[in-house]
Design a protein around this ligand. Sequence first.
Ligand code: ADP
Ligand code: MG
Length: 210
Amino acid sequence: MDSTTVRSWLHGIAESMRAERDHLVALDSAIGDGDHGTNMTRGFDAVELAIAAEPDAAPGRLLILAGKTLVSTVGGASGPLWGSALRSAGRSLGDRAELSGEQLVEALAAALASIRDLGAASPGDKTMVDALAPALDALRARLAAGDPVDAALAAAEEAAGEGMRSTIPMQARKGRASYLGERSIGHQDPGATSSALIIGALRRAAAGSA
Ligand code: ADP
Ligand code: MG
């Protein structure tokens, strides 16, 4: 994986957010304020413009730029959370031009650690963490078992999807949805849903560069 993979991941995220914007808005309307689809679309549209202006940037630099752009364009909880996540992932890569599966795991682990530091959510709180933590666990386990990166990412995408669906019966303990108490039960978390899309975009980008 190299800067072309990371660029295609970020473009893929922007495409997924545009395609799923209305769905994400509907999910956030049920248990939040209805802006998650527009937040993520606005943020990743701006990321596409920002990375286009830096054609020679290394993977780490692209992710740092994407993170900064999200922080400055997205007002909701997801902007600072994904912003710090991508900046941490980028910093973990330094200025290397190529990254291995293990370095990808390190970058995603740094991203998840940032989200957890900033948002203080644990698995089971009905947040993006419920999609991202199992995806990272699956990726790490499959790479450790000797699977190639594309197969490991396919397992990560599946785990993210399961994690996303697992938020339906949960009661929210973090973010706006927590204000609803028990009324948050029975709805899929919007941030877990966009997170599963982000992992899916990563799987496709890596497959394209294999
Ligand atoms: P806001 O809630 O400010 O309107 P968004 O609608 O863009 O922001 O994002 C909502 C999503 O953010 C939730 O579905 C949840 O997944 C995620 N989220 C909210 N608070 C936290 C938190 N403290 N930790 C992790 N994720 C969170
Ligand atoms: Mg919202």
